[in-house]
Design a protein around this ligand. Structure first.
Ligand SMILES: [Zn+2]
Length: 465
């Protein structure tokens, strides 16, 4: 055996013996009922989930079970004497309440199910977000998160939430161990940001013909998310002709790239960077949203596509971001609903609730969205909601999507670039056949009337001295 090998083995032994084996850590009195959650995650982020409940004495208890996934229940020891499944405010979870009696000194049940997107993995970054863990306060819980040996885990607060686990090794798995007393914490999720061996993004391509022109859509996604990439392609295939019709513009190509979610951007559905006028930009899309409502990811993807069409049509966002975002929300929701994506209805409801909150309860005027994100403490959803409100209000009063089709036909005809409020309201008025300045003034927008708008000089294609 070489010296290097010996050193390695010693190092490994030291590492393994340093870690406490589970059996030596009886941190709780054994009479307390215990839930053991096991998330056994594979290289592609898929998990087999087991929830095991054990109690030495009879009683009642409850825990969350998923309602959109099939799960299996087995009573290992003892007997269930009653059970009930109730709705919760969690969209994807029900409350399973049961009474039980032990036999031979213990009661045990097991629920198991398959969870496809436990970790979202893009290139070399993986984000594990457990299903919602929730159980009777009077119990304790042990959570074992098992990862492939190829996973690289950092045990610190920047990578582990809600707290840093202890770690050990099984034959084929790294095991992260979380112990909690239900009295301290009985409703939570486990988050872990870790690294895996790098896998490439592949190109999934579809061509769409719009008005005799071919548009090439490319989705760059890991092979494991081929089916998600295809869903995005299908959504774009449906959205392209509608958006081309509204904006009187088409795109020759569009690229969507999946990005790995981290703690900072977990709830960012998508973004375009840098978000300026000019050439078509890459759309970054967060595959984590596959775990939200069905059709939400498609609606988000269409939202980002709307930005591209608007940029191509000559709407530049720097000073009128509210119009870009409002259009992205209004068109994506309307189109996604047309195409049958249920997630869009939930987004619509979320925005409508926020509109009530801001415009009715708070009695705020919509004009505050001109300073996008400008108010400290105001949730960003309020800006999206009110921008959506303005876009929808105009559509509802002046002819729906056809109103915007008139608007874009006017600006395309005149070849103008719209980058400020005044010319925007000028063309919105033209398309409405009505002076909209008073309305925008009443809404609190800072606008001054312009009497005509001239063709703009096209933006430079290359840096100019
Ligand atoms: Zn947007």
């Amino acid at each position: 055996m070489s010296n290097v090998k010996v050193a390695l083995i010693i190092a490994l032994l030291a590492y393994v013996t340093f870690l406490p084996p589970y059996a030596l850590a009886p941190a709780y009195p054994s009479l307390t009922p215990q839930y053991t959650y096991i998330f056994d995650v594979d290289e592609d982020g898929r998990a087999n989930v087991t929830i095991d409940f054990k109690s030495p004495s009879p009683g009642t208890s409850w825990f969350f079970v998923p309602n959109a996934t099939r799960w299996e229940l087995k009573v290992i020891k003892g007997k269930i004497i009653s059970k009930e499944i109730k709705y919760t405010k969690w969209v994807f979870y029900n409350n399973f309440t049961f009474s039980y009696i032990p036999s031979g000194g213990s009661f045990e049940l097991k629920v198991s199910y398959f969870f496809r997107y436990a970790s979202i993995i893009v290139t070399d970054t993986a984000m594990f977000v457990s299903p919602q863990i929730a159980f009777d306060k009077r119990s304790r819980a042990l959570v074992l998160l098992k990862l492939p040996l190829t996973a690289i885990v950092s045990l610190d607060k920047r990578h582990c939430l809600p707290f840093v686990p202890s770690v050990s090794r099984e034959l084929r798995k790294i095991v992260l161990r979380y112990e909690v007393s239900g009295r301290k914490l009985n409703v939570f999720r486990i988050y872990l940001l870790y690294h895996v061996p790098w896998t490439p993004l592949l190109d999934y391509v579809r061509e769409v013909k719009v008005g005799g022109k071919v548009a090439r859509i490319t989705v760059k996604a890991p092979a494991r998310y081929k089916s998600i990439a295809e869903r995005i392609l299908r959504a774009y295939q449906g959205a392209f002709p509608i958006l081309a019709n509204i904006t009187h513009t088409t795109l020759s190509y569009v690229t969507v790239r999946f990005f790995p979610p981290t703690f900072k951007n977990l709830w960012t559905g998508g973004y375009v960077e840098p978000f300026t006028g000019g050439r078509t930009k890459v759309i970054n899309l967060n595959p984590f949203f596959i775990r939200t409502r069905n059709g939400s990811l498609e609606q988000i993807a269409i939202h980002e596509l709307v930005h591209q069409f608007l940029l191509a049509a000559g709407i530049y966002p720097q000073k009128i971001l509210w119009f870009h975002e409002g259009s992205a929300e209004y068109f994506s929701i309307t189109i996604a609903e047309k195409l049958g994506y249920v997630g869009a209805y939930y987004r619509e409801r979320e925005l409508k609730d926020a509109i009530k909150e801001v415009l009715i309860k708070e009695r705020k005027r919509p004009g505050f969205i001109q300073e996008w994100g400008g108010e400290v403490g105001r949730p960003i959803t309020h800006y999206y909601a009110v921008a959506y409100y303005v876009l929808k209000y105009l559509a509802d009063h002046y002819g729906g999507l056809r109103y915007y089709s008139r608007f874009y036909s006017l600006i395309r005809e005149k070849r103008v670039i719209i980058s400020d409020q005044n010319s925007l309201v000028y063309f919105l008025s033209k398309a409405a056949g009505k002076d909209l300045y008073p309305l925008f003034k009443e809404w609190g927008f800072k606008v001054s009337r312009v009497l005509s708008a001239f063709p703009s000089i096209p933006p430079p294609k290359a840096p100019l001295a």
